[in-house]
Design a protein around this ligand. Structure first.
Ligand SMILES: Cc1cc2nc3c(=O)[nH]c(=O)nc-3n(C[C@H](O)[C@H](O)[C@H](O)COP(=O)(O)O)c2cc1C
Length: 199
């Protein structure tokens, strides 16, 4: 990290393995670093024949098991979309790093199980509060003020809490810099296969 709290990355990428290790460092750093735009990623998925995208806060990155964890409201319509078609894509870019990361994979929905319990227990009171809102995400309403966060028993919100694990099968790295643009794709079937792409 430099003095501005920006992750320090190589100035040039000549080894393809460095593009993957840098992408992994960026995502690892982004879990707790709210200053990088990789902390809030865009997750796109299917609603029948439509593509839907939304910004979500990155809660965990596990490069070994190749997943990213997100939290959401169990009442959100996107839960049904993921259950019907789990294919999804993640996109992030931070101009401070000049790097774009694109991930392809699928979403695993977790509702009231060991994963949700562990994630709920490590959530802050502020985060937990969001799940006590009446009605739930995406409900059409007349007066938004009636749905402002209120004090109450925040632990009741657990019933409305869901975890999304996005498991990726490919990671694309793009670095746009005048010293030389670099684009690389890393895919996992059984083993990792990496290739440079024309930027
Ligand atoms: C900065 C920011 C962070 C957000 N983080 C989350 C999040 O972690 N989980 C979530 O479900 N929605 C999050 N949202 C809201 C979503 O972008 C989206 O509006 C909401 O989940 C409803 O999306 P849906 O209609 O696809 O279900 C966030 C929005 C912003 C602007």
């Amino acid at each position: 990290m430099n003095e501005k709290g920006v992750l320090t990355i190589p100035d040039a990428f000549n080894e393809i393995s460095e593009t993957l290790s840098t992408a992994e460092s960026i995502l690892d750093n982004a879990v707790d670093n709210a200053k990088t735009l990789f902390h809030t990623l865009v997750l796109s998925s299917h609603d029948e024949d439509k593509i839907v995208s939304r910004v979500m806060v990155l809660r965990e990155f596990n490069p070994k098991e190749r997943y990213l964890r997100f939290h959401t409201d169990a009442r959100a319509t996107k839960i049904k979309h993921f259950q019907k078609n789990s294919n999804a894509s993640i996109l992030g870019y931070d101009p401070a790093l000049k790097i774009q990361i694109k991930l392809q994979g699928y979403v695993e929905v977790h509702l009231d199980n060991d994963v949700t319990k562990a994630s709920w227990n490590e959530s802050t009171t502020r985060s937990k509060k969001c799940y006590s809102v009446d009605g739930g995400s995406s409900l059409e309403i007349d007066n938004p003020a009636e749905y402002d966060l209120k004090d109450g028993n925040i632990e009741d919100g657990y019933l409305n809490f869901a975890v999304l694990k996005f498991k990726y099968t490919s990671l694309e790295f793009l670095y746009l810099k005048s010293s030389g643009h670099r684009r690389a794709i890393h895919s996992w079937d059984e083993d990792l296969v990496s290739s440079w792409l024309v930027p």
